[in-house]
Design a protein. Sequence first.
Length: 532
Amino acid sequence: MSKKLGLRSAIYAVLIIVALIYLVPTFSKELPEWWSNILPKEKVKLGLDLQGGMQLILEVEAAKAVEAEVERVMEDIKDDLRNEKIRYLDLKRNGATGIDLTLIRDEDMASFEALKNSLYSDYDMEKGEKTEKGQVIRLNMNQTAIQQMMKTSTDQALETIRNRIDQFGVNEPDITAQQNNRILIQLPGIKDPDRAIKLIGKTAQLEFKLVDEANSVEEAIKGNIPAGDEILYEVTVDPESGRTQKSPYLLKKHTSLTGKYVTNASVKLDNYGESYVSLEFNSKGARIFENITGENIEKRLAIVLDDNVYSAPVIKDKISGGKAQITGRYTTDEARDLAIVLRAGALPAPVIILEQRTVGPSLGKDSISQGINAMILGGALVVFFMVVYYGLSGLIAVLALFLNTLFIMAGLAFFGATLTLPGLAGIILTIGMAVDANVLIYERIREELRNGKTLRAAVEAGYERATVTIIDSNLTTLITALVLFQFGTGPVKGFAITLTIGLVANFITAIYITRVIFDYLVINLKWKKISI
């Protein structure tokens, strides 16, 4: 029996030591260099309500992602019709999710239908009116594809925003998807909210387009825009006067190269100390860029980001090696932020800010202070009651209570969870539930002692009979906490995290660790009586 007791004691001692190790980074300002190489270095994260910072709720305009997908499919259909030698008169958008195609020859109908079934199964096809010029065919994206596209665009936006924030350098951000294509972003401790908002909301759709130098931009501004062209502007700000100047460009609508081929973007300095962004393309992008520059020497290639022209340099020679530059009058932060969004990728659809809330650090300090005061007051009252009512056994319960709190904090550090104000409430609730388990055990032991059993027999019977009741009551609460954690967001999730960890810790401390202490007293020290 003593060997089993020693083994159990060793196991629980190891658990306590591991918990203390996980909490060292949280309470120690400086750690030795060797610590980070072999031991945990993650601190207990504080939520927005405790640390201060900014909260945003964004809505992804997923419908525009669907429209962009239809535009892309139209370009693919053009290429496929050309490759299959299917003659057509017109190809244009029909609403947000439809495409109208006018075939010239009736005999091409079967070929196109086979093409559609093979490559564009997400679209339903129906015949429209037949005219002298040809047969109109309508393609409409089906509802399943639309819903999937909208969900995918939200997921991609969330991942892109997370990558941008990680590169921006915000510690412990909380980014979660919500219903209705919304994203919740919490940025604890952020010092420049405006810069973060610009970084998060930038669509970052990078495009390379040829400048139409055969037609007059002045005539296009008057309304005479050639077919297949568009007018975009380069916006420059005079650093001395602050005046903004817009320079128009007449560009080909066709995008020669997009940012999806960019593998890296970094900030560099030119010979004059000016910042610029250096781009690197993957192998396919490098081939496309080499072909574009090789076929358009002495022409201008505009670099467009979110429909704004950043520069339009003249192509002097074929550019190989898969590298390009975006130049302009950037500050270091502007160039760095531009490089971040290009590395992280473009958002699949624009996002709009539905809610913006800033929490000051002083409010966070007050929340921490009040929460800790509540824990201290509640804990002190529980300790007082247990010691007065149960004596030495009450002190054993208090020790279990202390270890329970230790395991909760270590669990937060181990799982990388965030401690929030509702999380503090969960800890306080767990304290009450932990004591409740000890009360059930002690009352059962008292009952056995009143029936004339020895202390050792009473302890064994008390733990065996009370354990089933404790597990049943805690298990139902644990199931509820897991449901809250799975489906809750924000404060609800913060509460569920500490409650879940606390309930598991309660099993260990109230049932097993206190049992080891009692067994040591009655078996090894052979106590015949104990205040309970």
